[in-house]
Design a protein around this ligand. Structure first.
Ligand code: ZN
Length: 375
């Protein structure tokens, strides 16, 4: 799969990853759910007639195929001048995080590059096997042996290519579909269709898996559904926010706390306003952010008379007012609290997930929300 581009000034990486290696300058990480797949495969292959070495080779072979698939995306991306920040390996494939969103025609070729790599691998392996006269029927592949190892890897690559070409998010085929649809329809609508196809595919796949007791399919369907929903939301957010500076969506009327305030003062402010996170100031300088969670924690452990400066977070997300809102989205998702909008070291606004979703809602209804109290 080619991943959703999540650009941003800080560019947080996908969380929950373990280990890391570097290929052609691209960091490769493994999502912890990848271990589930290895366990699943290990349990499923117990009692096979293949040797341990052949088993290890088949796992390694497929794993390398998935990596090469991702490198295919990365190389075509580089051709268009888009760097790949990292490749994260998930159980149903890898995800390449690109440095910036690709334009539709770029997206089409970047998406197709992955499955093309798998088709090439299959073609080369089958060619080699044909030359050696070692082609066997598909029926024989159900029974893994040392003799049909190469053939299984070749066939696995065909499945990888086929699966990834399904025209639905979050598969590469879904991205290609979106890129093609974007020629005839608005990008919004193209995204909606590809995400809808992904959800439908996941639901039918999961349903069939349950009926046929094919639990591997249910497992895959689950990830496809999550991916389709996430992809759809992210792409929708991007199209709604692209080209709009942070300052247009930020809250400009907000409360701050002087660093000498007590937890009681902060709790009163929390009750009196709809604000949840409060910048803590030393004069005009921001020295921390008191989040609602930190405030609750301090109330429980330190009591009402403690100072906010002891409870606040000293590291907080900061955005520039002219940053593209589309680039702020992934940072906001990562931060979980509000972000401070600072211009020349001066606090000019807050960006919270609530006002961001309100902003997105207004945009969806076609309201420009231009300069509502903050332009
Ligand atoms: Zn791919």
């Amino acid at each position: 799969m080619a991943g959703a581009a999540q650009p941003g000034s800080v560019n947080p990486s996908i969380s929950g990853t373990i280990g890391s290696l570097r290929l052609f300058g691209v960091p490769v990480r493994f999502h912890f759910t990848f271990i589930l797949l290895l366990v699943f495969v290990a349990v499923n292959t117990l009692g096979d007639r293949q040797s341990g070495a052949s088993y290890a080779l088949s796992v390694l072979g497929l794993f390398a195929s998935v990596l090469l698939h991702e490198l295919g995306h990365a190389l075509v991306g580089r051709w268009y001048g888009i760097r790949t920040n990292e490749i994260v390996m998930f159980p149903i494939g890898g995800v390449s995080r690109l440095e910036r969103p690709a334009k539709p025609f770029e997206e089409l070729w970047i998406a197709l590059a992955g499955p093309v790599v798998n088709l090439l691998i299959a073609f080369l392996l089958f060619g080699f096997l044909l030359y050696r006269n070692q082609i066997v029927g598909i029926k024989d592949l159900v029974d893994p042996t040392d003799a049909n190892l190469l053939q299984r890897i070749a066939f696995g690559n065909l499945i990888l290519a086929g699966f990834n070409l399904l025209p639905a998010f979050p598969m590469d085929g879904g991205r290609a579909l979106r890129a093609i649809l974007a020629r005839f329809k608005s990008e919004d609508e193209a995204t909606r269709i590809a995400a809808w196809a992904g959800r439908m595919l996941a639901i039918s796949m999961g349903f069939y898996g349950l009926m046929a007791m094919q639990f591997m399919l249910v497992f895959v369907a689950f990830f496809v559904y999550l991916g389709a929903a996430q992809e759809g939301a992210a792409a929708m957010g991007r199209t709604l926010t692209h080209g709009i500076p942070v300052r247009r969506a930020m809250v400009t009327e907000f409360h701050t706390l002087p660093h000498g305030s007590s937890i009681r003062d902060a709790a009163n402010l929390l009750l009196a306003t709809s604000q949840q996170d409060f910048p803590v100031m030393h004069g005009t300088e921001v020295i921390g952010l008191l989040t609602r969670n930190a405030l609750m924690r301090a109330l429980a452990t330190e009591g009402q008379d403690a100072y906010v400066s002891g409870a606040m977070e000293r590291e907080f997300p900061v955005l520039a007012p002219d940053l593209d809102l589309a680039e702020a989205l992934p940072l906001m998702a990562q931060a979980g609290s509000c972000a401070l909008v600072m211009e020349n070291e001066k606090l000019v606004g807050l960006l919270t997930s609530e006002n961001l979703s309100e902003f997105l809602m207004l945009r969806r209804f076609g309201m420009e929300a231009a300069g509502v109290a903050n332009s």
